[in-house]
Design a protein around this ligand. Sequence first.
Ligand SMILES: NC(=O)c1ccc[n+]([C@@H]2O[C@H](COP(=O)([O-])OP(=O)(O)OC[C@H]3O[C@@H](n4cnc5c(N)ncnc54)[C@H](OP(=O)(O)O)[C@@H]3O)[C@@H](O)[C@H]2O)c1
Length: 251
Amino acid sequence: MTGVLLITGGASGIGAETARRAARRGYKVAINYRTRDSQAMGVAADIAAEDGEAVALPGNMANEAEIVRLFDETERVFGKITHLVNSAGFSRQMRVEDYDARTLTDLFATNAVGLMLCCREAARRMSTKNGGKGGAIVNVSSFAATSGGRPGSSAYAATKGAVDAFTRGFAREVAGEGIRVNSIRPGMVLSEMTEGRLRDAAFRSKIEASIPMHRVGRTPEIADAILFLLSDQASFITGTMIDAAGGGYII
Ligand SMILES: NC(=O)c1ccc[n+]([C@@H]2O[C@H](COP(=O)([O-])OP(=O)(O)OC[C@H]3O[C@@H](n4cnc5c(N)ncnc54)[C@H](OP(=O)(O)O)[C@@H]3O)[C@@H](O)[C@H]2O)c1
């Protein structure tokens, strides 16, 4: 497999694991980061040490100008982008009565609007209608989109619900232009996003008791599913969601 893969939020967690595994499959990988410059450069250096090709590129995925610059920069380094993984995202634990407009706006700005603008940039560049080579996109949603999330996660879940609805609609718009678009819905996965909370043994065992497989996920398990969706093995799959959640959860 060859191609130019841009991963937003690629310095840590699911994005970083996807970057490492993609490089082993022959992708040239652009690793976007916001604040984690040394982590991003570390992932790129590890890939180079295994004779892969990677570059670490800054950019806040809540900022339209920085998104456009990231795509331009990726193509300047590696040529036409053929694959995109939108992994940049964050969660905030808050109950509805504690909502404030600023936090909600920030959540949507990265998790939904930024992701949609990344898809716009990819569509403009990949679409065969515009002279592109086509491509594949995976949006990292969440199992929370299916259930509304665990208590305190409704705002985050809403951003991921937006991701799934957008993924379906966008996929249909570009299906005839060589672009496949899917989303992956991880359940709780051990990553930088969750490790703080999962260090609390009581919290972890409560979470694991609610998951049919009785454990949280690991980043390689999500990365491999993403790589499947990006690959030609998924050539007739578009506009759909894969749940990688150990069977979901019961609360
Ligand atoms: N771990 C889970 O249990 C789980 C479950 C379901 C879905 N997900 C989703 O999976 C994706 C990856 O999360 P993860 O678990 O791998 O956690 P993570 O390690 O925290 O990864 C998220 C990455 O996104 C980056 N990011 C956040 N806002 C950004 C922005 N505005 N611009 C650019 N980068 C930004 C973060 O960098 P900074 O720290 O520098 O902002 C971080 O490197 C997220 O979309 C998350 O919602 C995770």
